[in-house]
Design a protein around this ligand. Structure first.
Ligand SMILES: Cc1ncc(COP(=O)(O)O)c(C=O)c1O
Length: 368
């Protein structure tokens, strides 16, 4: 079996280092918001050049808390992409605000050209997603946001290690949200997340929100959340963080090989597009093909896993029926969901495994 994301390999490889950190956590005797969470927050701020980092329970909460800390709530509108994991829009809805979808650009992220027309007096933020590890068009989005006085919150959950114009994603807006879900570029063996921000006041509000709206024990200034990163996960993440740069490098090398080997299969499939300014961190490597099902079946028959991210765009999800969107509203996103296919990807995917995937795709193309 060639796994879509060989995740366990990463943890097994680092098992001794991880066990040492876990053992240290047991000895230190502090399990919630202890020294390892603080150390991880500092480490991540330093790694990506963020002013402040506030660790929370998961990436969804990172989005909810960031939007909440910005004062977004009932009746407000947040412009976002219909092509993402559900959590992006769910975070907006969870606060009583409304996700306003606009279609995606040729690089599969929120299209700045379409954002302006969606702005209304109720618009309170723009929420781009760095999908699959590819940065959104932050120049385009920021120029509209700046002109219209709107904050940009980045959903960087899939994009640790990605950069836009040389700057780490997550640090290009007022807040950047990351997930530490196991399959992410920087992941733990459970749930975790972090919000980064250049704004000290916002960081302070986030710290309060994650701890029941409290900065002094048993005194509560706001209705908050119980959303903290466990000390144990911080311990694991401190180990994983030491290796994340190398693993993103490896992901990029694997993507380059796929690009080089698959680009010539033009009539069968297209490789994902990128640009110089978008330093793609390849959490996923997705091709598109009108013959997706055939490709998928051929790979499955050879015991090779693939994935469809995502079979249904957000505006067509049942949970959003009340928003009144219909099929045909966002043709770029809808076509993508019909043709996209994720191929095996991960820092520990072997050359032989990748070669097998490529060979099968070449065989399909040759058969025509
Ligand atoms: C784009 C995107 N946003 C948000 C999330 C939510 O992160 P989590 O699963 O850690 O809550 C995810 C991940 O699963 C994601 O891929």
């Amino acid at each position: 079996m060639i796994e879509l994301m060989p995740i366990a390999r990463q943890f097994r490889l680092l098992k001794d280092e991880i066990l040492r950190e876990i053992s240290d956590t047991i000895e230190q005797g502090s399990y919630i918001l202890g020294p390892k969470v603080a150390k991880l927050e500092n480490r991540i701020s330093a790694m990506i050049g963020a002013g402040h980092a506030v660790a929370v329970a998961n990436g969804t909460d990172a989005l909810v808390l960031a939007l909440d800390a910005l004062g977004i709530g009932t009746g407000d509108e947040v412009i976002t992409t219909p092509y993402s994991f559900f959590a992006t829009a769910e975070a907006v809805s969870r606060l009583g605000a409304v996700p306003v979808f606009v279609d995606i650009d040729p690089f599969w992220s929120l299209d700045p050209e379409r954002v302006e027309a969606a702005i209304t007096p109720r618009t309170k933020a723009i929420l781009p997603v760095h999908l699959f590890g590819q940065p959104a068009d932050m120049d385009g989005l920021r120029s509209i946001a700046d002109r219209r006085g709107l904050p940009v919150v980045e959903d960087a959950c899939q994009a640790f290690g990605a950069k836009y114009g040389g700057q780490s994603v997550g640090t290009l807006g007022i807040a950047g949200c990351f997930s530490f879900f196991p399959s992410k570029n920087l992941g733990t063996m459970g749930d975790g997340g972090i919000v980064v921000t250049p704004d000290a006041e916002l960081a302070k509000r986030l710290r309060k929100l994650r701890q029941h709206g409290s900065s002094k024990r048993y005194y509560h200034d706001a209705i908050g959340y119980n959303s903290r990163l466990d000390e144990l996960h911080a311990a694991i993440l401190l180990v994983m963080a030491d290796h994340v740069e190398e693993s993103v490098k490896r992901r990029r090398a694997i993507a380059q090989t796929y690009d080089e080997r698959l680009r010539s299969l033009g009539s069968l499939l297209e490789v994902p597009g990128t640009e110089e300014r978008r330093f793609h961190a390849y959490n996923l490597y997705c091709i598109t093909s009108p013959r997706r099902e055939e490709i998928r079946e051929a790979l499955t028959a050879e015991n090779i896993q693939t994935g469809i991210y995502y079979p249904r765009p957000l505006h067509l999800q049942r949970a959003y029926a009340s928003l009144g969107y219909a099929a045909g509203d966002f043709p770029v996103a809808e076509k993508l969901s019909a043709e996209i296919l994720a191929l095996p990807m991960g820092p520990l995917l072997t050359e032989q495994e990748q070669e097998r995937v490529v060979t099968i795709l070449q065989n399909i193309a040759e058969k025509g």
